[in-house]
Design a binder for this molecule. Structure first.
Ligand SMILES: *Cc1c(COP(=O)(O)O)cnc(C)c1O
Length: 410
């Protein structure tokens, strides 16, 4: 990629190819995926509503034919994601994070062994369990923060639930920080060790966002996202994406998407691109808010435990400081008084929204174990707080009042 100070010609140069790679991700989130610059051209890409395209004869490579295979309304967003994640091929947008995750699992052969974090997103674990019933996928869950145990499980030399004589894993699935326990993985060490053992590495980068970590730079094979969360950022679309710089994997993921029909609508993708423009602003503000709230919660008399990687005493602090750009805006909170007090707190807040999901501009919270499917190693009383971009003092006043009310019962 070379930088040009000339206005871009309105030819078939892709916006991605003209994106200077040395610029900050905060800048790239604003500039990537714009239409080629030319007098009278729009600043934003248009939304094209067409299921089919004029065509005849043998299609040329990349020719637009039918929207399930690809449409120009996906391309600016797919290019912007590739620029942010430092992928050499365009991203692949999917109809949801789970659709992208299913496509990534589709890269594993039937009967393959997969190593996953025990605190991965619960529906990713649910999908793996479903695939193990249907196609013999063998799943070993690990503490993703315990690098030696993860790599032992990948090599098949121990610690797997099924005993010490497991064959090597085909796939290492990584989430970092994990949902909802915020364990931080040593991603460079895991990628190196997994590749040495012959395993492919897929990273669910939803929590960190490409501003926080870029797994492909560490050698990961595939990155998946729930675009629903930070990338789109306004709790108004459900969308997913997968990224890779490997042409063979890219082709397989694109084929999976077209065959399974797990595609995104053009409006959703356009909204996600609009949301992406403010990614850095939203992430920076919500992270700052989260660090302030975490520190105050840690000193609060009605709090048993706070998890946030910004806290010096947090188990993920050292690694997050070394490997992540920013500590994220998810907080794990255990109020005094157990699950009942946690439920009371959810009922008592007025500004915070009781809701699942995360990564929107509004602050939300929920007790994770209200879902019977949540891992039993997640504490019953753990609230997951997704901190938004409101004024931090308003967030604090509401939370503090709810905590006091919850534990005094008034
Ligand atoms: C929400 C989420 C998903 C699933 O994405 P959807 O867009 O809801 O399908 C996957 N991974 C993580 C970490 C998530 O938070």
């Amino acid at each position: 990629m070379t930088e040009s100070h000339e206005p871009h010609q309105n030819d078939d140069t892709t916006p991605e190819a003209s994106e200077p790679a040395h610029r900050s991700p905060a800048t790239l989130a604003v500039t990537a995926g714009r239409p080629a610059r030319g007098r009278g051209t729009p600043v934003n890409p248009p939304v094209v509503l067409s299921s089919t395209y004029v065509s005849a004869g043998v299609p040329a490579p990349g020719e637009l034919l039918y929207t399930r295979n690809g449409t120009e309304t996906w391309r600016p967003f797919e290019e912007a994601l590739a620029v942010l994640e430092r992928a050499t091929l365009p991203g692949l947008v999917f109809g949801s994070g789970m659709a992208a995750i299913a496509a990534a699992f589709g890269l594993a052969e039937p009967g393959a062994r997969v190593v996953m974090p025990r605190h991965a997103y619960q529906i990713s674990l649910g999908l793996a369990a479903e695939l193990s019933r249907r196609s013999g996928l063998r799943v070993t869950t690990v503490d993703i923060a315990d690098t030696a145990a993860v790599l032992a499980a990948v090599r098949g030399t121990g610690t797997g639930a099924d005993g010490a004589d497991e064959d090597p894993a085909e796939l290492l699935w990584v989430e970092s920080p994990t949902n909802p326990m915020l364990e931080v993985a040593d991603l460079p060490a895991l990628v190196e060790g997994a590749h040495a053992a012959g395993a492919r590495v897929v990273v669910d980068n939803t929590f960190a966002t490409p501003l926080g970590q870029r797994p492909l730079e560490h050698g990961a094979d595939v990155v998946v996202h729930s675009v629903t969360k930070y990338l789109a950022g306004h709790s108004d679309v459900v969308l997913g994406a997968a990224l890779t710089s490997d042409p063979v994997l890219h082709e397989r993921l694109a084929t999976y998407r077209a065959m399974h029909g797990a595609i995104a609508g053009p409006w959703e993708v356009w909204l996600a691109l609009r949301g992406l423009r403010t990614l850095a602003l939203r992430v920076e503000r919500s992270q700052e808010n989260a660090a302030v709230l975490a520190a105050r919660l840690a000193a609060h008399p009605d709090v048993v435990e706070v998890r946030h990687p910004s806290l010096p005493a947090d188990p993920g602090h050292e690694r997050a400081s070394r490997l992540l750009d920013g500590y994220g805006s998810i907080i794990g909170l255990r109020p005094r008084g157990g699950a009942a007090a946690a439920d009371a707190l959810v009922d008592a807040v007025q500004l915070w929204v009781p809701a699942t999901s995360l990564g929107g501009v509004e602050s939300t919270l929920e007790r994770r174990r209200r879902f019977p499917t949540e891992s039993v190693t997640v504490p019953e009383d753990l609230l997951r707080l997704s901190v938004g971009v409101e004024h931090v003092e308003d967030l604090w006043t509401d939370l503090d009042a709810a905590l006091r009310r919850g534990t005094t019962g008034s």
